[in-house]
Design a binder for this molecule. Sequence first.
Ligand code: 4NP
Length: 151
Amino acid sequence: MKILMVCLGNICRSPLAQGILENKVKDYHLTFEIDSAGTGGWHAGEKPDLRSIQIANKNNIDITAQRARKIRSIDFEYFDWIFAMDQSNLNDLRKQAHEHELDKIVKMTHFSKKYNLQDIPDPYYGEGDGFQIVYDMLSESIDCFLDHLNK
Ligand code: 4NP
């Protein structure tokens, strides 16, 4: 199962989503290939935002080896599921995909019970507990996705 997490900059939300999913599937028998990308390339080559690294650390997840990259056309063909963090990411991705690739591109909260179809808010310019909210939304959404796979 090949899964790609996508946000705008690939330094805040999607690296965290990648790390959380990698952590949750550690004990799975299914083989997962998990990556993340940004719809924009401004931060390409950079490490995740320090605030994402910190909230991941707090939850015993290490995302420091990740480096940002921009989405590539081959990604649409390669991955089985492409998760967009918000509506703007979803619109961007759908514009770039071929018709037959559209079904695999969904919102991160697509399978979520608690946050169903909500956007994962962009925490970059925010203050306070933005990254905690992002973490909680990602964790629950990813649990629900894994439940879906196991059904
Ligand atoms: P992300 O957050 O999409 O969750 O990685 C952002 C990171 C950088 C910028 C915007 C959002 N930026 O404008 O540079």
